[in-house]
Design a protein around this ligand. Structure first.
Ligand SMILES: Cc1cc2nc3c(=O)[nH]c(=O)nc-3n(C[C@H](O)[C@H](O)[C@H](O)COP(=O)(O)O)c2cc1C
Length: 344
């Protein structure tokens, strides 16, 4: 698809997720079928630009283009500066976060808390757009502040007037956190009025759901977050289903094993040994969710201190699994706990 001046493989985007969509994960998702991956949120507080975490978040070496970087904050001049800073470091799209309900963010009046203050939204958007002429700026929001204040349509108008080039919407209000089901009516209502591309987000977990959300909203693109954790091949599965109406076979145990090992290598390389082993634990947990024997494996794996023991444990687990059944293991679950985890 054409998106804000870039030609993308498809209209399936990886949602920005702090602590998850680092460079290794973005690259992997793009390799496995995502058309675009938005970076983890980068602070607009320039005092933190020198910190290892912020520098890592702004590292795009070797990343498939276009590079979209999300910024968060509530002071227009600082957001403008953050946009310039990231464009200087390779960002080709700047995404503004007004969708994150995290307390840490909302308490300082940023993320989705901003939706409450429409004049300030306008000031931030205009400041960022003017700061990076030639670089498209996109916006990510929730449907509103709470269920009685769904002001997404007003925010759309402000965004369009400010020169925002696309709008991603998570179908929940800020007050809803992650509870309940995402609703797509508000996204459909915004799409019906929009002159810019609309990206629908929230609870897209399967090819069928992707098709339903596209149909229900009329959105130009879909954004997928949690369902892609430990399942980067979801993008190729959705891509295939939307194009053909048929399902790709789920990945075999040996493919999952191979993808995970390569992902781990990238994490060790990107973060260094100590942090790499720690960050890898959550990804290993996600990849093995729902697989036979995974609950006990995850428990033990979290205690392993270094690369060699972590890799060995992963290898032992997947070899044992492949011996049982190369093809069906992924959809078998060991017990109810696993099923609950899958649904969480
Ligand atoms: C661990 C985690 C971190 C997130 N971090 C961000 C973020 O930095 N910026 C943002 O706009 N949204 C963030 N989100 C929200 C997601 O982008 C997305 O809107 C939300 O998870 C709903 O989509 P999903 O149902 O496909 O997961 C985060 C979500 C999760 C689960």
């Amino acid at each position: 698809m054409e998106f804000v001046g870039f030609s993308l493989r498809n209209n399936l985007f990886v949602a920005p997720m702090a602590g998850v969509t680092d460079r290794p994960f973005r690259q992997l998702c793009k390799k496995m079928g995502a058309g675009l991956a938005v970076s983890e949120m980068v602070t607009s507080n320039s005092l933190l630009y020198g910190s290892a975490k912020t520098q890592r978040r702004a590292n795009h070496d070797g990343e498939v283009e276009p590079i979209s970087v999300q910024i968060a904050g509530s002071i227009p001049a600082m957001m403008a500066e953050a946009a310039r800073h990231n464009v200087d470091r390779g960002a080709q799209i700047i995404d503004i976060n007004m969708g994150c309900p995290a307390k840490k963010i909302c308490n300082v009046m940023a993320g989705s808390a901003l939706l409450r203050d429409e004049p300030l939204v306008g000031q931030i958007l205009a400041a960022v757009v003017n700061a990076v002429p030639g670089t498209p700026v996109t916006l990510k929001i929730r449907t509103g502040w709470d269920k009685t204040n769904r002001n997404a349509l007003t925010i759309l108008k402000i965004a369009e007037q400010s020169g925002i080039r696309a709008l991603a919407m998570h179908g929940r209000t800020r007050a809803c956190g992650y509870t309940g089901q995402a609703e797509y009516e508000t996204i459909a209502a915004v799409k019906a009025q929009a002159r810019i591309p609309i990206i629908a987000n929230g609870d897209i977990t399967s090819p069928e759901k992707a098709q339903q959300v596209l149909a229900a909203t009329g959105a130009d693109a879909l954004m997928i977050g949690r369902a892609a954790q430990g399942r980067p091949w979801l993008f190729r599965e959705i891509e295939h289903f939307l194009a053909t109406g048929t399902h790709l076979l789920p990945p075999s145990v040996s493919e999952i094993h191979k993808v995970l090992l390569a992902h781990l290598e990238d994490l060790y390389d990107f973060y260094g040994i100590e942090t790499g082993v720690r960050v890898a634990r959550k990804h290993i947990s996600w990849y093995t969710r729902g697989l036979v024997g995974s609950a006990a494996f995850r428990h033990g794996m979290n205690l392993l201190p270094d690369i060699a023991t972590q890799q060995r444990a992963v290898n032992d687990f997947f070899y044992a699994l492949a011996e049982r059944n190369e093809h069906l293991s992924y959809i078998q679950t060991e017990n109810d706990n696993d099923i609950e985890e899958l649904a969480a």
